[in-house]
Design a protein around this ligand. Structure first.
Ligand SMILES: *Cc1c(COP(=O)(O)O)cnc(C)c1O
Length: 368
């Protein structure tokens, strides 16, 4: 927490705005819109989760049964579950080695293959804060006339060609879950340049209640709106977002320095100056052929012995039991990323002492 969150929450209590609407919700939405773009250019709906935001984005595009959605396979289930909620067919797309995100070539293959089907959306993800190759993806999306929904859940504060992640597609989802770069304990947002989408999302997020004195419904809605209490935390967090990005990027720099000259370790890295990652998590690949047999799992378990938590990267969705038999386009880059990839401790609040402890453990492992 940054410090001011408690004041916004207290204000909600003092004014008795304990409701799924109120000044903190409006204020938080304004803060996000202003942060990601030029004033009044973007619109934001604050919601209960990033998953809810993606679900509403699919509803905005009328994704349903018989439709196809192309999704980056290398991601968290929050990206894919909403497609399944809508009963649409998922087609999984491989990652490229530069960004670890959606591979434009594999996407093109998939779109060509599915050109006689109703492909309703393309969903790239900016994993660990790294922007996907949005120019290439957009160009292919335009060619096949399919809108892009960005999963920017991990990428608040990241930029591609100086534009914020979350402003690069037709719509985007943000997440404020407890583990994200800023948090409201749980929460998310849908953002778009298109005000109609955001108005409509707010409507569906409050049980699709038609204008009437009684309860009247002509559509199926959801209870997805963020509460005024939770949004108070968000307003406080938006005051420290730049500080959080700086902290995460500083963590990343420290790990890079540590691993300088260690064979077999590569980082998820900004491919050029067009990319600015918030480095939400510092993620590395460990190639046992070059480390003298030290594997990802060996490192993870050795750190765990010293009570230091690290995690494998996301297990690709086409490898998940629940999506067995689903189409996958690509050469298996994301399978290799999963096999060799590790997220290192990356919290914004890591202290000098924490880093000392982490580096002592890593020195033992790599005999550095
Ligand atoms: C966290 C996350 C989500 C979902 O956000 P929630 O707020 O937890 O529902 C979706 N996609 C990715 C890539 C995420 O990391």
């Amino acid at each position: 927490m940054g410090g001011n969150e408690q004041n916004y929450v207290n204000e909600a209590f003092e004014t008795n705005w304990v409701a799924p609407l109120g000044p903190n919700v409006n204020g938080f939405e304004q803060d996000i819109s202003n942060y990601i773009g030029i004033k009044n250019q973007f619109h934001t709906a604050a919601l209960t989760s990033g998953t809810a935001a993606l679900h509403l984005a699919l509803r905005m595009l009328n994704v349903g049964k018989d439709d196809v959605v192309m999704v980056q396979s290398f991601t968290f289930c929050g990206t894919t579950n909403p497609v399944s909620y809508q009963g649409a067919e998922l087609v999984f797309i491989d990652s490229d080695l530069d960004t670890w995100n959606m591979c434009p070539l594999a996407l093109k293959d998939a779109l060509e293959h599915y050109k006689n089907r109703s492909v309703k959306a393309i969903m790239p993800v900016h994993l660990y804060g790294m922007p996907a190759k949005m120019d290439e993806i957009q160009q292919i999306a335009d060619e096949y006339n399919v809108p892009i929904i960005e999963d920017a859940a991990e990428a608040l504060g990241s930029k591609f060609k100086n534009k914020s992640c979350g402003t690069l597609g037709e719509m985007a989802a943000l997440s404020f879950n407890g583990n994200k770069i800023i948090t409201t304990s749980g929460g998310g947002a849908l953002v778009s340049k298109n005000k109609h989408y955001i108005d409509q999302a707010r409507f569906l997020a409050t049980q699709a209640r038609d204008e009437a004195p009684h309860y009247q419904h002509s559509q199926i809605g959801y209870n997805y709106r963020m509460s005024n209490i939770v949004a108070g935390i968000g307003r406080g967090q938006m005051e420290v977002i730049e500080e959080r990005v700086a902290q995460r990027r500083a963590n990343n720099q420290r790990y890079r320095k540590f691993f300088e000259g260690v064979a077999g370790i590569t980082f998820q890295t900004e491919p050029s100056n067009d990319y600015f990652s918030n480095y939400w998590l510092t993620a590395i690949l460990i190639d046992p052929n070059l480390t003298g047999g030290i594997s990802r799992e060996f490192v993870r378990l050795a750190l765990d012995v010293d009570n230091i938590e690290s995690r494998p990267l996301w297990k690709p969705m086409h490898m998940q039991p629940v999506y067995e038999g689903t189409r996958f386009f690509g050469s298996g880059v994301c399978e290799k990323l999963f096999e060799q990839g590790l997220c290192l401790p990356s919290g914004s609040n890591l202290t000098e002492k924490d880093f000392e402890r982490i580096f002592i453990a890593l020195v033992k492992i790599f005999k550095k």
